[in-house]
Structure formats: structure tokens, C-alpha cells
Design a protein around this ligand. Structure first.
Ligand code: F6R
Length: 364
């Protein structure tokens, strides 16, 4: 049931602290300060390359994971949407792990891609929320998310749980390759374990986000910008907004703005900038200033320090708790989900059952 919530989507957004904690329990040994896998005997040390394939929101989780696998485990990562992967003769060398991410475990394109990779001799890992699904059954390495049933068509809690599993997998891979010191592993565990509380902290801004949603509800087009792991978050924010509010939205790598999309900027196109303070902050802010200099109306999503440093002149700001960069993608998912939700409610669309969409896409 929806409990006290008006929609399943809102209920599921609010469940995130609990289900992420529940999911992390199978991937962290908190007391020991160790990361672990539900299948500890699976040998990750020989993995030479990772191929990540998924669709939609699950694909954006995979895109975040690419940054993590490269950064922590120093493995080359190939990433594609399932509907393209299958038809482009992808090169999969021996010793590769093919990783499929899916809430339902039944998405037809992803399942067909999995079978293709298996036929090519790849080890198959699956991050999946439905443990009885086809993908779960066909995996060599089953990595469940414990988000519970997701009813709203727009994926929310499954996404943050996928991110939790993928961060833990990246750390496991790094450790198997001898790239993590004990102290570094302990630090990663500590940061991941902070995610549920940080998600609660992000949810505390729900009312503030609701109050500014009218700034977006009247727009015809909205842009989302981010850099590094916030780039997939920008794509995810745009997808959430378009699928439930029917407003045209695009996510862009912040640095790509000046290569074309900046031509769209005027006072009618809100630009949502996702920029937690950290190593990439100044670069993203300079892209944001390019937008503002052209009359663009900016909504800056950052932490207190970021908003103090760069919030002036923005149409609105959304303050997030200050978090370690590793968990920022989980935390910053919350404001983009809530923003899409409140805009859709203002527009009066069917939030849980958007037009033309199905929860599980079982046709190719
Ligand atoms: C977006 C959304 C879809 C799914 C996509 C993949 O909110 O729900 O983009 O993420 O259809 O579905 P799964 O994860 O079940 O393979």
C-alpha cells in the first residue's frame, strides 16, 4: 500500500534510507571494516575488463559504476545501452566480466544482451531487484538489490540500491586486484555506511523542493548539467522529469554545454546544475556561470559550502548534506527524484502510471 503517501513513487523515494541500508548489509562487514560479496568464492582477481549493459535508469547506474570501476579497480570498462550493445558486434575478450543491471530482471534487450555475452564466454554478473527473475537465474554472480517491490513506473529506490551494490562491487574488485590498503577499504566501508543517514538528510529538503517546483512546472524545456559521476545523475534527472511530467528535458556533461546546447539558453529554459563541492566543483560552476551570463535561469543543487560559494544569482538553490564523493550519486538522486515528482504533481499527470510507459519492457 501507499501508506500515508499520495503516490507509490513518493513512498518509494522515502524508503531509500531503509532499503539502501538493507542492501548494503549483504555487501559490507561493518564491524570488520570489510567489503564482501554475497558469493565470496567468486574470483574477481582475474577480471581484465568489465562490460556494463542496461537500459534506462539502470543504465545510468551503470554509467556511475564505470567511473568507480576505473577509479578504484583500474579496469577498462565498456558501457552501452542494451538495445545498441546487441547490434554493434561488441568485442569481448577472454577474462571479461559482463555486468547487467536491471530492476525487473526481465527487460528484453538486457536479457538478450546477457545471453549474447554468455555465448561469447564472458562471466555474467547481474545486479537485479527481482530475485526470481530470468536474469537472476542466468547469472554466474548474482548481486541482488534489496529495494523491495517497486510499483511506481519511474524507478527510484531501485536506482540508489543499484548504486550501493555497484560501489561495493567496485571496492571488492579493487581489493581482489590488490589495489586497496586495509585503511582504504575501511574508509570506503565507513563512507558507504553513512549513505542511509545522508539519504535521510536529503529527504529533509522535500518541502523546500516542493516549494520551488513551480519554477520548473511552466517550462517547455529543462536542461540538467553535471560532471563526473554527476553527469549520469544529470541524465537521470532529465529522464525522471520527462517521463512523469512530460516536460522535455536533457542531461548534459557540463563541459559539453559550450559545444552546442548553450545556444538553447534563454530565460525560458531552466538549467538544473548538480554540483556537490569537491574536486570538480569549480569546473562545473564555471559552466554554470556561462549559462547565467546568457540569461539562463539556474537551479543549483549543492551542499552548504557549494551554495555559499556559487549560489548567488541562481533562480533557486537546493541544499544537500555535505557527503563524501563516493556516496554523492546516491544522495543527489533524491533531489532530482523529488523535483520531478513535485513538478509532475503540479502538472496533474499520472505520476505512478505515466502515459505510454510500462514498468517492465519485455519486448525488444
Ligand atoms: C525509468 C525507468 C526505466 C527503466 C528501464 C530498465 O524511470 O524506470 O528507464 O529503468 O526500463 O528497467 P529494468 O531496470 O527493469 O531493466
Amino acid at each position: 500500500s501507499k501508506g500515508n503517501h499520495k503516490h507509490y513513487m513518493l513512498k518509494e523515494i522515502y524508503e531509500q534510507p531503509i532499503v539502501v541500508a538493507q542492501t548494503l548489509r549483504s555487501y559490507l562487514k561493518r564491524m570488520e571494516g570489510e567489503v564482501s560479496l554475497p558469493i565470496p568464492e567468486f574470483d574477481l582477481s582475474t577480471i581484465k575488463r568489465v562490460t556494463i549493459v542496461a537500459c534506462g535508469t539502470s543504465f545510468y547506474a551503470g554509467m556511475v559504476a564505470k567511473y568507480w570501476f576505473e577509479q578504484f579497480a583500474r579496469v577498462p570498462v565498456d558501457l552501452d545501452v542494451a538495445s545498441e550493445f546487441r547490434y554493434r558486434a561488441p568485442v569481448m575478450e577472454d577474462g571479461g566480466l559482463a555486468l547487467f543491471i536491471s530492476q525487473s530482471g526481465e527487460t528484453a534487450d538486457t536479457l538478450a544482451a546477457l545471453r549474447h555475452a554468455k555465448a561469447e564466454g564472458q562471466k555474467i554478473a547481474v545486479v537485479v531487484n527481482v530475485p526470481t527473475s530470468s536474469m537472476a537465474r542466468e547469472a554466474d554472480l548474482l548481486l541482488p538489490t534489496h529495494a523491495g517491490p517497486e510499483i511506481g513506473v519511474a524507478s527510484t529506490k531501485a536506482f540508489t540500491c543499484q548504486l550501493a551494490v555497484l560501489a561495493a562491487l567496485a571496492a571488492n574488485l579493487a581489493r581482489a586486484k590488490g589495489l586497496l590498503t586495509r585503511d582504504e577499504e575501511r574508509e570506503i566501508v565507513r563512507h558507504l555506511a553513512e549513505a542511509p543517514a545522508a539519504l535521510n538528510g536529503a529527504l529533509a529538503y522535500d518541502e523546500a523542493i516542493e516549494a520551488m517546483a513551480h519554477n520548473i512546472a511552466g517550462a517547455r524545456d529543462v536542461l540538467y548539467l553535471g560532471r563526473g559521476t554527476d553527469y549520469p545523475l544529470a541524465l537521470e534527472g532529465a529522464l525522471k522529469l520527462k517521463e512523469i511530467s512530460y516536460i522535455h528535458a536533457e542531461g548534459y556533461a557540463a563541459g559539453e554545454m559550450k559545444h552546442g546546447p548553450i545556444a538553447l539558453i534563454d530565460e525560458h529554459v531552466p538549467v538544473i546544475v548538480i554540483a556537490p563541492s569537491g574536486p570538480l566543483f569549480d569546473k562545473t560552476v564555471s559552466n554554470m556561470q556561462e549559462v547565467m551570463a546568457r540569461g539562463g535561469k539556474v537551479v543549483l543543487i549543492s551542499d552548504y559550502d557549494g551554495i555559499q560559494a556559487a549560489g548567488e544569482g541562481c533562480m533557486a538553490t537546493i541544499t544537500m548534506p555535505k557527503v563524501h564523493p563516493l556516496i554523492a550519486p546516491l544522495v543527489y538522486a533524491v533531489p532530482v527524484q523529488l523535483l520531478a515528482y513535485h513538478v509532475a504533481v503540479l502538472k496533474g499527470t499520472d505520476v505512478d502510471q505515466p502515459r505510454n510507459l510500462a514498468k517492465s519492457v519485455t519486448v525488444e
